[in-house]
Design a binder for this molecule. Structure first.
Ligand code: NAD
Length: 375
């Protein structure tokens, strides 16, 4: 069986696998093909992949056409799907709720598409959970970027010239990224507060030494996988009202709020931005899914009344080597889980809970119920 790792587009700084992971695939008995220059964005030469037994291909189209499994980070172009071998498997982030055309194309081409976003949040699948591996690094990178941009220090400093007060950091949304943002800001010595609509996270926030902000927004719900459900308009207003003062007193606001399969909630209004101190910084980590902050723009620094709103859409790319390492490990763990060592094939059992969650198309049909509903 052949597995192909195409090179990502130029704007992507991460790479799908590092040579250590390529070796693990070779050891499983797969024929590993990588596109020439695969690791160049993280300064890894092709030689290091060939040393572990990978074949270097200079023809992307030929490799697409002969591979049984294609693994990449970002979704493909529609034209690339037509080039894939029938009955092959394609694994990547796919944004399947917004990319109906791609999903249909995968089905037409009889390719089994796996969406890394839809790997279920269950214990058995943690090792394959690329949303978490990337969000964790993104949370770290968001705080580092904020600390670099702000014009004051994060920690308190007692100096001969007087005491410097610590920065105040407010984290909105405490999932995987939010927890890492809190932990990183605490390590840097900031005073950290956090809020989430799911009251269960209060304990987690406190265990990191941060303060949980309580805002009464009435009943909130979460899905069986722990995702927050959408708030009503009235609840969002109550939340904004409750946060106004904290935002205005914060030097850094980091927003990570997401609602599964829906656009991100708009939480920080322009009025709240205007009320912040000049020199303060907001990082909108939800910028790619609609944004939590009014006025944020993908891949831009927006300056609003002295406040910098950072909208970096690829924060894991700021720590590209580590992000590539863990993404590749997620892919390997997924394939190894279903690999039949004796017959050297993948057991594609759609009754398996993990595959049932993340396989979108199979044998010419859209098989994922959530995606089917949305289409
Ligand atoms: P996410 O990216 O979907 O959302 C980020 C956070 O935003 C969530 O904590 C959510 O509650 C919060 N949020 C939504 N609307 C908000 C609002 N209006 N204001 C403030 N916060 C708001 O979350 P995630 O990081 O992907 O995690 C989702 C869930 O999955 C969490 O419960 C997490 O603990 C769980 N999880 C479980 C596993 C596992 O294997 N068991 C692995 C990873 C994550």
């Amino acid at each position: 069986m052949q597995i192909f790792f195409p090179k990502e587009e130029d704007q992507e700084i991460r790479t799908t696998i590092l040579p250590e992971v390529a070796k693990k695939f070779v050891d499983l008995g797969l024929e590993v093909v990588i596109e020439e220059g695969l690791g160049s964005s993280v300064f890894i030469e092709d030689d290091l992949y060939s040393e572990v037994g990978a074949i270097i291909s200079d023809s992307r189209d030929t490799a697409f056409n002969s591979a049984d499994i294609v693994c990449r980070i970002n979704k493909p172009y529609k034209e690339e799907i037509a080039n894939l071998k029938k009955k092959s498997i394609h694994i990547s982030f796919l944004d399947p709720f917004n990319e109906s055309d791609l999903v249909k194309e995968f089905a037409n081409q009889e390719v089994s598409a796996i969406s890394m976003e839809l790997v279920p949040r269950i214990t058995r699948a943690q090792k394959m959970d690329a949303l978490s591996s990337q969000a964790n690094l993104a949370g770290y990178a968001a705080v580092v970027e904020a600390s670099r941009t702000i014009n004051k220090s994060f920690p308190m400093m007692m100096t001969a010239a007087g005491t410097i007060s610590p920065s105040r950091v407010f984290v909105i949304g405490v999932g995987v990224a939010g927890l890492q943002a809190i932990a990183t800001a605490k390590r840097l010595g900031a005073r950290v507060e956090a809020f989430d609509t799911r009251p269960v996270v209060e304990e987690q926030v406190k265990s990191l030494g941060a303060k949980f902000v309580k805002i009464d927004i009435g009943e909130t719900e979460e899905t069986d996988q722990g995702y927050a459900k959408e708030l009503t308009e009235e609840q969002i207003k109550m939340q904004q009202e409750g946060m106004k003062k904290i935002c205005s007193q914060s030097d850094v606001v980091i927003t990570t709020a997401q609602v599964f399969g829906r656009p991100a909630p708009r939480i920080v209004t322009n009025e709240m931005v205007q009320a912040m101190q000049p020199g303060s910084v907001i990082v909108d980590m939800a910028v790619s899914t609609g944004g939590n902050v009014e006025g944020s723009k993908a891949d831009e620094y927006v300056f609003e009344n002295g406040v910098t709103i950072i909208g970096m859409s690829n924060l894991p790319g700021e720590v590209a080597k580590d992000a590539s390492q863990v993404y590749g490990a997620n892919l390997f763990n997924m394939i190894e889980e279903y690999w039949d060592l004796e017959n050297k094939v993948l057991n594609f059992d759609l009754t398996d809970d993990v595959l049932k969650g993340c396989v979108i198309t199979h044998e010419g049909k859209v098989v994922n119920e959530l995606v089917k509903d949305r289409m």
